[in-house]
Write a protein that binds this ligand. Structure first.
Ligand code: NAD
Length: 317
């Protein structure tokens, strides 16, 4: 990276953006954090509030409300800006409005010579990541969406509880659209070194496939549950963004189910952004891992892929 200081510009200082910012401050994730929001006063207030916590943190991060010219020497631009669904509004209408929001953001970021990595969290995240890719003209490796990173974390938490195993030792992923067509390829789920399928086979009285199916459904509907209970979800995704930013800054080669542009994997065309395990390092979405999907898993992935492709094209009609 060109900078010695690690600089992040956050566009969208709402609940998700500020959950990321708060986690970033506590984890000392970067040296400079710039907040941009349509509501400038909000960005100023949020920067003040975070700065007042600096004395209690281990960080000497520079935090301020800025503008798009601050993107010129940034390493990462995180986009959490968006509009909320209005009563009676369809998903497609929301999509079109958020695409307009991105038309007001991405070209401005690029116009100031930004040459780093875009990280998108705004929903529907797979489509908005593709929109960012199209608007920026960047290499696909430098445009990443949070994808199903949060869903995979939710799954690992539930599996850890069920099998009484530390979630950090569970390698299981949710892939596809971050949304209703996402799914768990159970053939790829492993507890440490033991496949989940083997756990079921060897302990059939204790562990059941039906329980796992319920778990994947619970992951899929988790956001609805949280929104019903408290209006929005933000802490989990804020921490997920933080992890991905860290993987970029530390050149970690960490695997996350980010939303990435397929490069011919699964025999599919190359233009759709979709949640799939990907190796993240300082170059961005470095390598997409093609899984050995079995049975109906490949069909489920293709179904999700088609939904995302159709949504993207219907938005443009
Ligand atoms: P929010 O309403 O609290 O914040 C959105 C912010 O975007 C507001 O501060 C608004 O002023 C700002 N904004 C709107 N238009 C802008 C523009 N043109 N330029 C700059 N700023 C602009 O919403 P939130 O709860 O923070 O959610 C943000 C997004 O994150 C939503 O799309 C939400 O669905 C999504 N989200 C994604 C995940 C995930 O897993 N990817 C999880 C939770 C939420």
């Amino acid at each position: 990276m060109a900078n010695i200081k690690r600089k992040v510009v956050l566009v969208g200082a709402g609940m998700v953006g500020m959950s990321f910012a708060y986690a970033a401050l506590n984890q000392s994730i970067c040296d400079e954090l710039v907040l941009i929001d349509l509501n400038r006063e909000r960005a100023i207030g949020e920067a003040m509030d975070l700065n007042h916590g600096l004395a209690f943190s281990n960080s000497s991060m520079k935090i301020y409300a800025g503008d798009y010219s601050d993107c010129s020497d940034a390493d990462i631009v995180v986009i959490c800006a968006g509009v909320n669904q209005k009563p009676g509004e369809t998903r497609l209408q929301l999509l079109q409005r958020n695409a307009k929001v991105f038309e007001a953001i991405v070209p401005r970021v690029v116009s100031f010579g930004f040459d780093g990595i875009f990280l998108v969290a705004t929903n529907p995240v797979d489509i908005m990541t593709r929109v960012t890719y199209e608007l920026s003209g960047f290499n696909a490796a430098k445009v990443i969406g949070t994808g199903t990173t949060l869903d995979s974390a939710r799954l690992r938490y539930l599996l850890g509880d069920y099998f009484e195993v530390d979630p950090r030792n569970i390698h299981a992923y949710v892939i596809g659209e971050h949304g209703d067509s996402e799914f768990v390829p159970w053939s790829q789920a492993i507890l440490g070194v033991k496949p989940v399928y083997d756990m079921l086979r060897d302990n059939s009285a204790q562990y059941k496939m039906d329980d796992l199916k319920k778990m994947s459904n619970d992951v899929r509907t988790a956001a609805y549950e949280i929104i019903k209970a408290k209006g929005a979800t933000y802490y989990g995704i804020g921490m997920a963004i933080c992890k991905i930013v860290r993987a970029i800054f530390h050149n970690e080669n960490s695997i996350y189910t980010t939303s990435v542009r397929l490069r011919g994997e699964y025999g599919l065309r190359k233009d759709v952004f979709i949640g799939n395990p990907c190796i993240i390092n300082s170059g961005g979405a470095n390598r997409v891992l093609e899984l050995n999907l079995i049975g109906s898993e490949l069909d489920q992935f293709k179904k999700s892929y088609n939904i995302l492709d159709e949504s993207f094209h219907s938005m443009q009609e």
